[in-house]
Design a protein around this ligand. Sequence first.
Ligand SMILES: Nc1ncnc2c1ncn2[C@@H]1O[C@H](COP(=O)(O)OP(=O)(O)OP(=O)(O)O)[C@@H](O)[C@H]1O
Length: 224
Amino acid sequence: MIRLEAVRVDAEDRVVLHPLDLELTDRFTVLVGPNGSGKSTLLRLLDGLVLPSAGRVLVDGLDPEERLKELRRHVGFVFTDPDAQLVMPTPVEDVALSLRRTGVRDRTARARELLAAAGLGALADRSVRETSSGQRQLLALTTVLATEPRVLLADEPTTLLDLRTARRVGDVLRDPPAHVAQVVVATHDLDLAARADRALWVEDGRVRADGTAAEVVAAYRASA
Ligand SMILES: Nc1ncnc2c1ncn2[C@@H]1O[C@H](COP(=O)(O)OP(=O)(O)OP(=O)(O)O)[C@@H](O)[C@H]1O
């Protein structure tokens, strides 16, 4: 369960996120809203990448200000830019690296299985630099899932993807591996958003609507 208790985030000259109380218990929650509304900030609070200026964040009881290391093991974050998290020369090495804390014995063999399951088997030994940006985005998601997080956070995970790959990423977010208890995604992809259980429409640093994905996405679409 994710809880925000009177959380506020200030920038130098303004409030980025106004005081917010929130409890997220659904399996798949999306954050929608215009550019610069505070979605990424809200997501980053859940991984301790942004710390609250006031209030408290708890992710399955872990407060990022007190137990950051544990939290980071508990939570996986997929960045918009996959190059921010792909560090090894080849996909198989990158996924094998992510498996280092999982107790898997043959990490290379398991990495190949995970890549194959993600539809990336043919790229396993290629240079990451030779893969397309969409393939790298899917690879970044695969490497994060390989760490076996309980909570999966993703910031615009379908931005670079063609329709079919976006659909596949949506399938993974909708129905992730069993170790993932909760998924929270910030997105402008309203087809993806509509597949969530719950949606928050964030605007000007406030939650403007909160409800089922169908309701909130329809209201947000109608506002454009
Ligand atoms: N550390 C910071 N210092 C100053 N301003 C910030 C900081 N972090 C975020 N902001 C500002 O806060 C606002 C919200 O940013 P955020 O990245 O959370 O929006 P977003 O909804 O994710 O936008 P987008 O859809 O464009 O990714 C923006 O105006 C941004 O410029």
